[in-house]
Design a protein around this ligand. Sequence first.
Ligand SMILES: NC(=O)c1ccc[n+]([C@@H]2O[C@H](COP(=O)([O-])OP(=O)(O)OC[C@H]3O[C@@H](n4cnc5c(N)ncnc54)[C@H](O)[C@@H]3O)[C@@H](O)[C@H]2O)c1
Length: 256
Amino acid sequence: MGILEGKRILVAGVTMDSSIGFAVAREAQQQGATVVISNFGRALGITKRIAARLPEPAPVIELDVSDDDHLASLGDRLGEHIDGLDGLVHSIAYGNPETVLGGDFLGAPWSDVAQAVQVSGFSLASLTEAALPMLADRSSVVGMTFDATVAWPAYNWMGVAKASLESTARYLARDLGPRGVRVNLVAAGPLKTLAAKAIPGFEELEEMWGDRAPLGWDQTDTTPAARAVVGLLSDFFPATTGEIVHVDGGFHAMGA
Ligand SMILES: NC(=O)c1ccc[n+]([C@@H]2O[C@H](COP(=O)([O-])OP(=O)(O)OC[C@H]3O[C@@H](n4cnc5c(N)ncnc54)[C@H](O)[C@@H]3O)[C@@H](O)[C@H]2O)c1
């Protein structure tokens, strides 16, 4: 018996098999879950091919978190595959790499900052709200962050967007707690995914981890982060909400 036996889970934000969401879907299936995955736009075709590489081929639905129609119809479209949700995984972020990531922090236009905050932060709330009619009591919502308590090289407005994500998770934890719904985040160290490759100056972060993480850090291994997500989706964290679990080789706890 796996720790997610009988659980129905949506993993939103899977493009490649390098995506953290892919590893979450794989690990969740291996723990007994029924998984639906989502992605949006032109990447949807890739996601459909990638979904076939999971231990169990997973249904793929279209979901652009900045599209109100997609959010409004989420329940109906999910309902074609599963009759409810015990877990919701938000593994989504976007910021224009030419303006909000790397380069000049002060030069970014508000429209691009607003897009980064909407897609990477606010969408945790809009996606959870859209999924709420499907979400069972005592279910679990998990998102992915990159520690937003400090300023990083290159991360710039995505760091601000992640700060909004982290705060959003705490407010959702407050409001959904009475229904028994837990809302937590996993703060992963730098991983070589599609999103990371779009960050100019990402190598600087990689070098910092290499020097400082006491457990060491493999930027190509998404499994530790995915397993933490699976743990938070499971019944093994029944009294944990509004939390950020670091999966970063211990980097966050070191002074230098
Ligand atoms: N890679 C890292 O170093 C790292 C570290 C910590 C946290 N994270 C976070 O993990 C999450 C997953 O990122 P990843 O590194 O696996 O990269 P990824 O590019 O594989 O995944 C990001 C996903 O977000 C989706 N997405 C973007 N805009 C969207 C929209 N409007 N609607 C719906 N989906 C949209 C993309 O299509 C993609 O599937 C992100 O929140 C990211 O910030 C990544």
